[in-house]
Design a protein around this ligand. Structure first.
Ligand code: GRF
Length: 219
């Protein structure tokens, strides 16, 4: 049997994406398994969710480190010790240094709640609504030193509805995230998506534009 790709998930908050990624692999053979969930704070709600799923957890408490370099050294040590071949940031609320990103280049993913390159940074739902955009969504991308700027692998896209609030649209974006993030992990585990020297390949060809999941029905 093919060995499963070991995935570590890094969180700061409630960890619903972490749970979706872990549950997908527990429910069916997706070619990967979540071997560790790491949080930068003990209060992260996702830690209890991970423990309930039987996944080992660790806390690297950012506040207890003198500076970012010391924190990142501890985080990197934790991730290396987990044996993970793929590291998935899921609601991790810190900006990683170029050195850290370089160390894990090509095996570090993030999910961002917008159709990148639109709306990098925070408060994406409110900004989309203020701009009266017709569509919104989420993007899974490889992490590079540029914030929210690495090559996008897959997007989930939905239509903005009249009467949407940041809360209603956030719920629909989350539902899409829970589909696309496990999907990308499975594609990487299968070797169908790969990073080679800064370029994303899909089934052996450079990926010209992100894979797209359209879902206007997402609750
Ligand atoms: C998601 O919306 C993700 O796009 C962003 O942070 C949120 C994390 O949510 N990076 P959760 O902790 O996975 O529920």
């Amino acid at each position: 049997m093919k060995e499963l790709l070991a995935v570590a998930v890094v969180i700061s908050g409630r960890g619903s994406n972490m749970e979706a990624i872990a549950r997908a692999a527990q429910a069916a053979d997706r070619g990967y398994r979540v071997v560790r969930v790491v949080a930068d704070r003990a209060s992260a709600g996702g830690l209890a969710r991970a423990a309930a799923l039987g996944i080992p957890t660790a806390v690297v408490p950012v506040k207890e480190f003198a500076d970012r370099t010391a924190f990142e050294a501890a985080l990197a040590a934790e991730l290396e010790a987990s044996g993970a071949g793929l590291i998935v940031l899921a609601g991790f609320m810190r900006i990683l240094s170029p050195d850290f990103v370089r160390r894990f280049e090509g095996r570090l993913l993030n999910i961002h709640p917008s159709l990148l390159p639109a709306y990098k940074g925070l408060d994406t739902h409110a900004r989309v609504l203020a701009a009266r955009d017709s569509h919104h969504g989420a993007s899974v991308h490889f992490v590079t030193a540029e914030l929210d700027g690495g090559p996008v692998i897959m997007q989930g896209r939905l239509r903005v509805q009249s009467g949407d609030t940041p809360e209603t649209i956030s719920a629909r974006v989350h539902a899409l995230e829970h589909i696309i993030y496990p999907h990308v992990c499975a594609l990487i585990a299968a070797g169908r998506v790969a990073w080679r020297r800064g370029t994303v390949y899909y089934d052996g060809q450079p990926l010209a534009s992100p894979l797209l999941e359209e879902n206007d029905a997402a609750a």
